[in-house]
Design a protein around this ligand. Structure first.
Ligand code: BGC
Length: 721
């Protein structure tokens, strides 16, 4: 009785607190509206239009007469980009170095939304210190093809994992009163012809695969700005796409902030203005000739764009300014703090994926090693900048070799051989040039070094010149003749550990076949080498899981299997529909090289007793699935429990299974945890194209708990009435 009473009281207190918060929010919103209305009355049409386009490479004009600042944007997503001159050359400042945060797919491999929040929060602090009001991040287009040059910037092939991370990244950035600009809206899934390609995607795939993370970042993350993509969708450029911008984003999702074009991604004045773009950005002056500058003024005067439309855009920009530069309590910002380094380190250390550890060479038994060969360009390569696209001027970046040198016992002598050259320069855009084959002299030197050591660690893979904005990779093969090097080093020393660095899937089939120990790492930020060394040494037990499928060959991958990439005559039909990533592999029963969600640990986890809170649910209910996870090995470790749902006997096409919840838990050696995973029954819906709404089918669903999409440890069945 007493507990019931205290529960009621607690519940009541929560309701009152929530109501007070909502009330305070309404008052703030009203105050902002009043202030905006006041400014709107004072602005001339010319001043309003001056706010709607770039006036420098990353900025827009304010109205000094009224004390209105411009928007000061900067790239993400790897950290706050260094300041540049008008021609993109570095500005040469001494104040613009930054923390380099791990790339998007690294963050996704942590499966840890708390880390996504910390990433956003810390980048927001650095943005404030550098006086930036809009961070052009996070970026999270779906990994439709493994070849997309920006896969490393993005998160995943799965819309749910994508969305959970996007929400927290946005919340983190905006906690610092800096606007997140989520990008690139929408269906910018390849770099080949990104500025001209027309994407034809069916409505279900659009709603179920390509839009959910955007929707989540707007509705749950409450992102204040969004960037329209370069490509066309259903015949209209995304920057002038009435359906995407007006109907879905501003209509259905109630977006109140500003739509910013990608740089040079605006193609018209009247259509773009009427179909939902708010701000035109670009690189080259003269800015007064931009579509949203003098031509827009003319269009208003000619009655082709209404004053009301202009006012709505200015309202949106002022609304963003009142949440950023004009907001109360905007923090001063911080740059390169130890806390930021710790965030970079924590993300890196949770992102590294242990792919194979057959001989238990890892964690390293340092007492049995006197000489260690460290081989490969990626042992000394830095990843904070390169290629075409956003990088950061990292205050520092620890390479893999430096990390090992700093952390291995001094009794171990390290011998380094470069093994291959990772130098790469793209000639023209669209598709990567071929890289140079192996250099026999370098390979020989590496093999000799490996032979003379007790153990060899090979650092191979790609780099940020090879994976790059504006071009896609030509195929999945490892670049720089690396396979020759790997074979030679493995033959020279059977105790060879292979660490592959990349931001996207590669064909590592030969390595999987021939090597017993494989680690996957990423463009892992300022603390890259420290995190890698700590994983190899066992100070960190690896817990990363792949955020996308590694196909065994390119033709397994859906867009490639169906000849639906890179498009013909600038038309690209997404023929695979909803079957993207593991949805395709699992439904078509194709065995990939490594599946979505895969990743090992130095310990073992045993799953048992999967059950759900009920067996029968209504459409308004929440399902709680509980599974016991026991750490049966000798190391403490983190495990990401993944919950997939599969509709039994659906009347529409369905993927074999879809990720609906996940949770990362730390379990001590010998310990166990009851892991609860929650799914709203409404999240089991498919998008009914004819009815234009989400529909939950009644009937039976399988609930699957696993360590990856293919290693399912427990199955239950529920019914939805
Ligand atoms: C990219 C954007 C980036 C912008 C500014 C464009 O080429 O697509 O992601 O924010 O440049 O650097």
């Amino acid at each position: 009785m007493k507990t019931k009473l205290s529960q009621y009281l607690l519940c009541g207190a929560f309701i009152i607190a929530a109501a007070m918060q909502a009330n305070a929010q309404t008052k703030t919103d009203q105050a902002i509206e009043t202030k905006i209305a006041g400014l709107m009355k004072k602005l001339t049409l010319e001043e309003k239009i001056s706010m709607l386009h770039a006036n420098s490479i990353f900025g827009t004009a304010g109205v000094p007469r009224l004390g209105i600042p411009g928007l000061m944007t900067d790239d993400g997503p790897l950290g706050v980009r260094e300041d540049v001159q008008q021609n993109w050359a570095p500005a040469g400042l001494t104040t613009d170095s930054a923390t380099f945060f791990p790339n998007g797919s690294a963050l996704a491999a942590t499966w840890n939304p708390d880390l996504a929040y910390r990433y956003g929060h810390d980048m927001g602090e650095e943005a404030n210190a550098r006086k930036k009001s809009v961070m052009l991040a996070p970026a999270f287009n779906i990994a439709r093809t493994p070849l997309c040059g920006r896969t490393y910037e993005y998160y995943s092939e799965d819309p749910f994992l994508n969305g959970r991370l996007a929400i927290q990244s946005v919340k983190g950035i905006q906690s610092q009163h800096v606007a997140a600009c989520v990008k690139h809206f929408a269906a910018n899934n390849q770099e080949i012809e990104r500025g001209r390609i027309n994407v034809e995607v069916d409505e279900r795939a659009l709603r179920e695969i390509y839009l959910p993370a955007f929707k989540a970042s707007i509705i749950e993350g409450k992102a204040w700005t969004i960037m329209s993509a370069y490509n066309k969708l259903r015949g209209q450029y995304c920057s002038e796409n009435d359906y995407l911008l007006n109907k879905i984003l501003k209509g259905e999702w109630g977006f109140k902030g500003a739509v910013i074009s990608d740089w040079g991604g605006t193609h018209s004045t009247v259509d773009a203005a009427n179909y939902g773009l708010d701000v035109e950005m670009g690189t080259e002056p003269p800015y007064e000739k931009y579509f949203f500058a003098n031509p827009l003024l003319e269009a208003v005067k000619a009655g082709k764009v209404s004053q009301k439309t202009i006012d709505e855009k200015v309202h949106r920009i002022l609304w963003v300014i009142y949440h950023t530069s004009f907001s109360a309590g905007i923090p001063a910002g911080k740059q390169n703090t130890p806390e930021h380094s710790k965030t970079a380190y924590d993300i890196a250390s949770e992102s590294i994926v242990l792919l194979k550890n057959e001989k238990h060479l890892l964690p390293l038994n340092t007492s049995s090693i006197k000489t260690l060969a460290v081989i490969g360009d990626n042992a000394t390569h830095q990843f904070h900048s390169g290629g075409f696209g956003a990088g950061v001027k990292a205050r520092y970046e620890v390479t893999a070799l430096a990390g090992l040198q700093g952390k291995l016992p001094k009794s171990i002598s390290i011998k380094f051989a470069q093994g291959y050259s990772g130098a790469f320069k793209q000639h023209g855009n669209i598709i990567n040039d071929e890289t140079k084959p192996a250099d026999p002299a370098m390979v020989q030197e590496a093999a000799n070094t490996a032979k003379s050591a007790d153990m060899a660690i090979l650092f191979v893979g790609a780099n940020r010149d090879y994976e790059s904005e504006s071009s896609d990779r030509r195929d999945l093969s490892l670049p720089f003749g690396e396979q020759t090097l790997i074979d030679a080093v493995t033959a020279a020393n059977p105790n060879t550990i292979v660490v592959v660095v990349g931001g996207a899937p590669y064909d590592i089939g030969q390595i999987k076949k021939n090597n017993h120990t494989i680690v996957w790492s990423w463009y892992n930020g300022s603390e890259n080498g420290n995190a890698l060394a700590d994983v190899l040494l066992g100070k960190i037990n690896p817990s990363g899981k792949l955020p996308f499928t590694f196909p065994a060959s390119l033709d397994q991958s859906p867009a490639h299997a169906l000849g639906a990439y890179p498009g013909k005559n600038l038309q690209e039909e997404y023929k695979e529909g909803i079957l993207v990533g593991y949805r395709w592999f699992d439904t078509k029963k194709i065995e990939p090289l490594y599946c979505f969600g895969y990743g090992l640990s130095y310990t073992d986890f045993e799953y048992s007793g999967l059950h759900t809170s009920k067996t029968s649910y209504t459409k308004a209910d929440h399902i709680t699935a509980t599974v016991k996870v026991k750490n049966t090995g000798k190391y403490a470790g983190k495990e990401t429990v993944q919950l997939y749902i599969s509709k039994v006997g659906s009347k529409v096409e369905r993927a074999d299974k879809e990720l609906k919840a996940f949770k990362k838990v730390m379990i001590p050696a010998g310990g166990s945890a009851d892991v609860n995973l929650n799914v709203a029954v409404s999240d089991l819906a498919y998008y009914d194209v004819a009815a234009k709404k989400w529909v939950v089918e009644p009937g039976k669903y399988k609930v699957l708990a696993g360590t990856s999409s293919r290693d399912i440890k427990g199955t239950g069945v529920i019914t939805v009435n």
